[in-house]
Design a protein around this ligand. Structure first.
Ligand SMILES: [Zn+2]
Ligand SMILES: [Zn+2]
Length: 394
């Protein structure tokens, strides 16, 4: 089975690709430069390439030559997009694009999948069946996975199972952790508009008080989480934005308050409870305050849940690639969201964490302006991909 030592000869290439992507980050659905480089490299290694799947997505298809060859196929997915935020790493390869940064390590994910593709293209006699290398655009809340699925991803590039990998700085360098069940949460947006009868701030009894309703609503959100969700389950409701009135009109009770925020859950039941209760609580408080509530709940990303069978497959590959000591058979769920769940809705699969070894940030520090992918982990991640292919397409 391929190990990080086998992939080490490609480490310098992967590092160069990674730093080039880092220097030239692109936002979701704008990854034209990144996708172009990915497609050119894959083609250069004799891998069949299709572009423009889900706008800027790329799929490479490679069939092994070992044995009689099988019909089996697996998909390996990397995301390519960056975030709209300024970079403060001071790295020599820091972003040259203003307010755009690879702060989630997708530059590393793309480089690792390229490294695996290169190695497998050179070693296609070591496996039968087909690998689909899925380079996804727009993972960061822009719906890239759904767009690829809508473009017929799995009809045009059939797979029996699909796998995803994300860096996690809090785990030891080169480790691979395979969560059992829930990996990442649903990520939805809720909005509530309280509409009252605005009035002079000195004569509140002549109108209705939308800001007071909003205050009660915010205070009630933790009640939903703390008193209606099983303490052994998890949920998050946070307010992210509110708007009302004007700073130069402190003597006016505004007629409208708008609030919005995020909702997270690991099961569809908890998610549905949050959705229903946000609306009920908003309407209840509106009735108490003699005004109107207009709640809206926007389902964006479903929970990412590993299938038991594919999690076991991934764990076996992790053990073979990075060794028993660095392969972990579980990891607690985390509350961010990941649209890899849109792939898991279509095909069975699993999602793993690659440890990139930053003990200073045990919880990780993705989306931080100082974030930088640790290039020392590239060979480990690529080795995991190659071991998974060799094992599943033996
Ligand atoms: Zn991210
Ligand atoms: Zn990410």
């Amino acid at each position: 089975m391929p190990t990080p030592d086998d992939l080490a000869p490609l480490a310098a290439d992967m590092t160069a690709w990674r730093r080039d992507f880092h220097r030239h980050p692109e936002l979701g659905f704008e990854e034209t430069r990144t996708a172009g480089i990915v497609a050119d490299l894959l083609r250069g290694w004799g891998i069949a390439v299709e572009t423009g799947i889900g706008e800027t997505g790329v799929v490479g298809t490679l069939t092994g030559t070992r044995g009689p060859g099988g019909n089996r196929a697996i998909g390996l997915r990397a995301d390519m997009d960056a975030l709209a935020m300024p970079e403060m790493t001071g790295a020599p390869y820091a972003s040259t694009t203003p307010n755009t940064m690879h702060a989630c390590g997708h530059d590393g994910h793309t480089a690792m999948l390229l490294g695996a593709a290169r190695w497998l293209a050179m070693n296609r006699d070591r496996f039968g069946g087909t690998v689909q290398f899925i380079f996804q655009p727009a993972e960061e809340s822009r719906g890239g996975a759904a767009r690829m699925v809508k473009d017929g991803l799995f009809d045009r590039f059939p797979v029996d199972a699909v796998y995803g990998m994300h860096n996690l700085p809090g785990l030891p360098l080169g480790s691979v952790a395979v969560p059992k069940g829930a990996v990442l949460a649903s990520s939805d947006t809720w909005e509530v508009r309280f509409r009252g009868a605005g009035v002079h701030g000195a004569r509140p009894h002549l109108g209705t008080d939308a800001p007071l309703a909003a205050a009660q609503f915010i205070a009630a959100l933790p009640m939903i989480v703390a008193r209606e969700i099983d303490p052994l389950q998890a949920a998050v409701l946070s307010v992210g934005h509110m708007a009302a009135g004007a700073p130069n009109a402190p003597n006016v009770i505004p007629s409208e308050v708008f609030l919005c925020g995020t909702a997270r859950a690991f099961t569809e039941a908890v998610r549905a409870h949050l959705e229903a209760r946000i609306a009920q609580v908003a309407h209840g408080i509106a009735a108490t305050c003699r005004l109107r509530a207009e709640p809206r709940y926007i389902r964006r990303i479903s929970p990412t849940i590993n299938r038991a069978e594919q999690a076991a497959v991934a764990l076996r590959a992790a053990r073979a690639a990075v060794g028993d000591a660095r392969a972990m058979d579980d990891h607690p769920p985390l509350t961010p969201g990941e649209d890899f769940s849109d792939f898991l809705a279509e095909r069975p699969g699993a999602y793993v964490w690659l440890g990139t070894g930053d003990p200073a940030h045990p919880e990780g520090f993705h989306h931080n302006p100082h974030f930088d992918f640790n290039d020392a982990a590239l060979a480990h991640g690529a080795a995991f991909w190659c071991a998974l292919v060799e094992q599943e397409l033996a």
